[in-house]
Design a protein around this ligand. Structure first.
Ligand code: ATR
Length: 285
């Protein structure tokens, strides 16, 4: 893209603290080039104490941005400061996508849509069973619980080391969501057709705990929201035990689609070239 294409069109951002590791500029930059659109998307680091004034400058137009993505640690503040959060983000209490429309700052959270779109693309039929098991009850698991519930699973079992955190989420997301301690994992996996890991278990060089996936139904799919490495220790175990697996990279790619469409006016497509671009970047770092 030449410079004039970047300076002329709508400007969007990803903000966080820190934000330099974000791969979102690569994703949106790819789509801007692919669709030959004028516009730019760049990382804009904002410390916590300056976030409210950044949002004020977004609302009054002085920032020059039409909207952007919000990542850790600003997702809750973005929700609170937006003028018009949608119902999804109201329930979550955290927003990752902002856009201005008639000077009104709208907010949503696209993580859940990223999660379901990834599974729809890579393992159609993933939503055929009634029972899902979600391991972990941190910030990242909320949007997954919401998305799995909204897709129609009748029983969603959230299993967490600290059962109180799982219980908070069960209370938040309604009667189809149940909380359990780790010791109950094998039991709640009985007959489940979806298993999602939202924890960092086994990521930081520690040995991953051994999980026996055999209580799942034979056609179950096991997925992870962590995508570095692409095949996480839990996915590797599930695959060895004969289960279908889906890695978490597609969730990152698909969650970016609604924001791009809001800011730049075209709905982009997640394709293999984009996936390969991000994998190549992961291999560099
Ligand atoms: P995020 O917002 O990215 O989800 P988080 O809020 O720190 O991160 O949550 C991390 C999740 O991984 C939690 O469910 C955490 O369990 P606790 O709520 O009990 O802390 C889980 N987790 C991390 N390390 C773990 C470990 N060694 N064993 C079991 N669970 C672990």
């Amino acid at each position: 893209m030449d410079d004039s294409r970047e300076t002329q069109g709508p400007k969007a951002f990803v903000t966080g603290y820190p934000v330099k590791h974000s791969r979102s500029p690569l994703i949106h930059g790819y789509w801007l080039r692919q669709l030959d659109l004028a516009g730019s998307y760049r990382a804009h680091e904002v410390p916590v104490e300056k976030f409210a004034s950044f949002i004020a400058s977004l609302k009054d137009g002085t920032s020059g941005f039409v909207g952007g993505n919000v990542t850790i640690p600003h997702k809750e503040a973005a929700f609170k400061l937006a003028d018009r959060p949608d119902a999804l983000t109201e329930e979550l209490g955290a927003s990752n996508t902002l856009w201005l429309q008639d000077k009104v700052l709208h907010a949503t959270n696209t993580d859940g849509r990223g999660f379901t779109a990834n599974l729809d693309e890579r393992h159609p039929g993933w939503d055929r069973s009634d029972r899902a098991v979600i391991l972990g009850a941190g910030g990242a698991s909320r949007a997954i619980i919401q998305a799995v519930r909204d897709r129609g699973f009748k029983e969603i079992h959230v299993v967490n080391r600290t059962v109180e955190r799982a219980q908070e989420l069960a209370d938040r997301f309604g009667e189809r969501v149940h909380a359990h301690p780790m010791a109950a994992l094998g039991e709640v996996m009985q007959g489940a057709g979806l298993f999602v890991n939202t924890t960092s278990l086994g990521m930081d060089g520690e040995a991953a705990p051994r999980i026996d996936f055999s209580p799942l139904v034979q056609e179950a799919v096991v997925t992870d929201i962590v995508y570095v490495p692409l095949k996480t220790p839990l996915l590797a175990q599930a695959e060895e035990q004969g289960f279908a697996i889906v890695d978490g990279l597609g969730m990152l790619l698909h969650q970016a689609v609604p924001g791009f469409e809001k800011w730049f006016g075209r709905r982009p497509v997640v394709d293999e070239t984009l996936r390969a671009l991000i994998i190549a970047d992961m291999e560099k770092h």
